[in-house]
Design a protein around this ligand. Structure first.
Ligand code: CTP
Length: 399
């Protein structure tokens, strides 16, 4: 009995023949009780936000978002909107771009009919990103970044008037909170080819409002594209992109960026590690560096920061050594642990830590290759300890 529609990106992606991973539904009525009823029948979980009239249904493989049809008003440019419950047409009118402002009916009598009051299908065919009204970017300046994300993702272009409005309103991006700006940057870094969005944003003067000193040029394009040829799936690629984005910035410029965007801990750490490693890595071109020295020099940095510095460095030797660490050295482990050493007669305390490190270094340098050789090394080290203590004892008694 409810009037329900599939909306937004889902309709866009269905029309483009792209895969749809999650569903966005709008209900002309009350979304939360409907979501709860379905959840109960299917034994799924819901999370609801009564203030916004929305509920998230966690259905086995996918999430389904239920929203009550609403319109939005903005008290001032860039403010969070106040909400009013409305019908589907008003709900579509509050949206960002024509290609995202379509709905498909799930009502039995009109099932599958597409509601397209703003010419979204035509813009999909023409490959255009177009806002619904001239106040769209000033209402919500995050849409400036969203526009470039869709434009580059789909190889579309900005409609002429939309680009003019973007130029007019990009200064209002300064009103957006750090959290929202970071969220948009994170979405850009999560795109398949973020360098396209960042370079486009740079050329339009938009990137300067996000991370002022960053450059979206051929260097960035090349480095980010090369990141994807790396088949190391343990790395969080968006973090590597971020490290490369800030790589050429001074300490002060990075600080400015960090304080403007509300960057979460993991990203801040990746940035800080990148800067520290970048500023200290030159000595890694020294000839004849042992693998254990390479390991000790970089073990304290996050793998993403190391990957970024490897990609950004002009020195082939440094690149090779950092990659040796990422591909091989960081996985080298010794089978012996502290308990094994105690079992071999070493007392609990600092000496155990020192000994484990010596064994690990010997492993990294290929001086020992199995447990047996490691045990022999421990015995040799213990014999040295005993000889040392014996000598010390002699010296003391002579004294
Ligand atoms: N929306 C909007 N303005 C915003 C954010 C979202 O109008 N600032 C609307 C758009 O209609 C959008 C829908 O909310 O289609 C859902 O937003 P989101 O999940 O961010 O985008 P999707 O369109 O689903 O696209 P993506 O593929 O990037 O997830």
């Amino acid at each position: 009995g409810e009037r329900v529609y599939v909306v937004g990106g889902v309709v866009r992606d269905l029309l483009l023949g792209r895969p749809v991973l999650d569903l966005d539904l709008v209900v002309e009525g009350k979304a939360i009780p409907l979501a709860r009823q379905i959840a109960k029948a299917r034994n799924w979980k819901t999370r609801s936000h009564p203030h916004f009239g929305t509920a998230k249904l966690l259905a086995d493989e996918l999430t389904i978002d239920f929203a009550t049809a609403r319109s939005e008003n903005y008290a001032y440019p860039g403010a969070l909107p106040t909400v009013q419950w409305e019908n589907i047409e008003d709900d579509l009118f509050r949206r960002d771009f024509t290609i995202n402002a379509m709905a498909a009916s799930l009502i039995p009598e009109s099932f599958g009919d597409v509601l397209d009051p703003h010419g979204g299908q035509q813009d999909l065919e023409k490959g255009l990103i177009r806002v619904l009204h001239p106040g769209s970017f000033s209402d919500d300046p995050t849409r400036i970044l969203r526009a470039l994300r869709y434009e580059q993702r789909f190889n579309f272009r900005l409609d002429e008037d939309t680009e003019r409005l973007m130029q007019r309103d990009m200064g209002i991006m300064n009103n957006i909170t750090g959290e929202r700006l970071w969220h948009e940057l994170e979405l850009i870094l999560g795109e398949e080819r973020p360098e396209k969005v960042l370079c486009r944003a740079y050329n339009l003067g938009v990137l300067q409002h996000l991370c002022p000193a960053a450059q979206g040029d051929a260097w960035l394009r090349d480095k980010l594209a090369r990141c994807r040829s790396n088949d190391d799936h343990t790395l969080h690629t968006p973090a590597v992109y971020l490290c490369l984005l800030i790589y050429r910035l001074s300490g002060e410029e990075i600080q400015e960026c960090i304080s403007r965007l509300k960057i979460p801990g993991w990203a801040k750490q990746a940035i800080q590690h990148t800067v520290k490693l970048r500023d200290s890595v030159s000595h890694m071109s020294t000839p004849k560096l042992r693998p254990s020295q390479i390991y000790r020099d970089v073990e304290r940095y996050s793998p993403e920061a190391i990957q970024a510095v490897a990609m950004a460095s002009d020195s082939a030797v440094i690149q090779e050594r950092l990659e040796l660490y990422l591909d091989v050295l960081r996985y080298v482990k010794s089978p012996l642990n502290g308990e094994d050493l105690q079992g071999m007669g070493i007392e609990q305390g600092r000496r155990i830590g020192q000994m484990l490190r010596t064994i690990h270094d010997a492993r990294l340098d290929g001086e020992v290759v199995n447990r047996q050789e490691e045990e022999q090394l421990v015995r040799r080290l213990l014999a040295k300890d005993t000889l040392f203590q014996y000598k010390m004892g002699l010296e003391e008694s002579n004294y």
